[in-house]
Design a protein around this ligand. Structure first.
Ligand SMILES: CC(C)(COP(=O)(O)OP(=O)(O)OC[C@H]1O[C@@H](n2cnc3c(N)ncnc32)[C@H](O)[C@@H]1OP(=O)(O)O)[C@@H](O)C(=O)NCCC(=O)NCCS
Length: 148
């Protein structure tokens, strides 16, 4: 397993993972949305904000982050590879590239939504604390913040 910044060569494999996990992401349901995700990922790849966990050439973990906004923007691990600390390793790698004095935020499911249990447990295990309740793509979400 390698963890590194993703490049354009990874986009097709990234999108195969995105298609598999699309049900976990409000805003990725339609083909148009997936196409928008592809364009977004390519932009993040250009600016060095896309991290891939790869087994050979296959992307099994994907993370988007913004240095400018101190945000974790997207995180997913292939269901076959979960609970192997892949997300943890990607977040640790991300942190090496971010300003060590700024808080980092992410939004995820609110409490009580079954699809959000893994993500909420994961972020809290990583040291993020639950913050304000907001909305994203018309869905209720909660911000989690890693204080630094
Ligand atoms: C959330 C997600 C990215 C976690 O990826 P992962 O690689 O399985 O996570 P890790 O193996 O690095 O987990 C590290 C720790 O987080 C906690 N954790 C992770 N998944 C958990 C779960 N399902 N239940 C409880 N705790 C969990 C555990 O403490 C785990 O350590 P442990 O396995 O030694 O107990 C993955 O479940 C996923 O892709 N889910 C679907 C998409 C999603 O919800 N993305 C985030 C939306 S914002």
């Amino acid at each position: 397993m390698t963890i590194a910044l993703g490049t354009r060569q990874d986009i097709d494999s990234w999108m195969r993972l995105a298609e598999k996990v699309r049900d976990s992401f409000p805003g990725l349901e339609t083909w148009e949305a997936l196409d928008g995700h592809r364009r977004t990922v390519l932009e993040f790849m250009e600016s060095g904000g896309a991290i891939c966990a790869k087994e050979q050439a296959e992307v099994v973990g994907a993370l988007l982050f913004s240095r400018e906004h101190n945000m974790l923007c997207f995180l997913a691990v292939d269901a076959r590879h979960r609970r192997q600390h892949i997300a943890e390793n990607m977040v640790s790698y991300m942190l090496t590239m971010m300003d060590s004095h700024s808080d980092i935020s992410v939004t995820t499911y609110r409490e009580g939504v079954p699809e959000g249990e893994a993500a909420r447990a994961f972020y809290q295990r990583m040291g993020f604390t639950p913050g304000k309740l907001t909305e994203e793509f018309g869905s209720p979400v909660q911000e989690f913040v890693l204080k630094r």
